[in-house]
Design a protein around this ligand. Structure first.
Ligand code: ADP
Ligand code: MG
Length: 275
């Protein structure tokens, strides 16, 4: 059985003046997969993401999300649809004048009549889910490190318990430890809540270890889509860029490393078991 398609991008074309960004681009995203968009700087990844969340319109083509054709969407259905996805933008997008907790609670304040105390509780739970300490809720965005900022934006994107999550470069600019933490978080969200996750990233470790499928954008189209192992067999220069060079090979080797041996019970645990 084919997995359910939750996003269908069909023949999308986008231009800014004379500059053609998408030229008849097709792709589909399936439910509960981690789907990565890669491509050179300026290849139209962020623009495509904004189109999928109805912030921008392509010049032609069609985008269906959760069974709804975005080109045919009225204002009220758009509002309802927006509550079914969460977005984390490239630069965080938190409001500087609000605390972290107020930022996380904002979508709930805008879209629900829930009492303030309950909104605070939900915001605290999302904060904890993303691995931030409770005290961080009282801080302002300017007081956060890069990794904390990404986690806080992720917590806000999760405020309304979305089915779909869109992440634009969630680990860009983070040190390897913080980036690894965000990677684990993304995996947990998919495994625990069955979220469908569309992520723009350059992070080779993420691509090898987390992405179910990767779409490579170049020259206005998707030049290839598949797992990294599948893409490795393809020849387009934009795809080869993912595999050639020392950093690419290191990420591939890290992914090929066999998992650590399964933990066996320690002697004391074994001894405490009744025989
Ligand atoms: P990516 O995220 O892949 O780096 P973007 O989607 O941000 O690329 O941008 C693709 C191209 O479109 C870039 O050349 C960018 O300068 C251009 N572009 C994006 N948004 C606009 C806009 N609002 N007006 C004019 N040009 C834009
Ligand atoms: Mg971008």
């Amino acid at each position: 059985m084919e997995a359910e398609e939750v996003i269908d991008v069909h023949q999308v074309s986008t231009r800014f003046g004379e500059h053609v960004v998408h030229a008849g681009l097709d792709l589909t995203v399936r439910r509960a997969e981690i789907f990565a968009l890669v491509g050179g700087s300026g290849s139209g990844k962020s623009t495509l993401l904004r189109q999928m969340v109805f912030l921008q319109q392509p010049d032609s083509g069609a985008i269906r999300v959760l069974g709804v054709d975005l080109q045919q969407l009225g204002d009220n259905p758009a509002l309802a649809l927006r509550q079914r996805w969460g977005v984390m933008f490239q630069h965080g997008g938190l409001f500087g004048s609000l605390t972290v907790k107020e930022n996380i609670g904002l979508p709930l304040r805008e879209h629900s009549d829930l009492p303030d105390a309950l909104i605070d509780d939900i915001a605290a739970a999302k904060l904890a889910l993303t691995g931030l300490a409770p005290e961080v809720g009282a801080l302002y965005p300017a007081e956060l490190s890069g990794g904390m900022m990404k986690r806080a934006s992720l917590a806000r994107a999760l405020a309304l318990d979305p089915e779909l999550l869109f992440l634009d470069e969630p680990t860009a600019g983070l040190d390897p430890d913080s980036a690894g933490g965000v990677d684990e978080l993304v995996r947990t969200l998919r495994d625990l809540f069955g979220l469908t996750i569309v992520v723009v990233t350059h992070d080779l470790d993420f691509l090898w270890q987390l992405a179910d499928r990767v779409a490579v954008l170049a020259d206005g189209k998707v030049q290839g889509v598949g797992s990294m192992a599948e893409l490795a067999l393809m020849n387009h220069p934009g795809i080869r860029a993912l595999f050639d060079g020392p950093r690419a090979r290191a990420a591939q080797q890290a992914a090929d490393r066999p998992p650590p041996p399964r933990q066996t019970p320690t002697d004391s645990e074994a001894a405490s078991k009744p025989r």
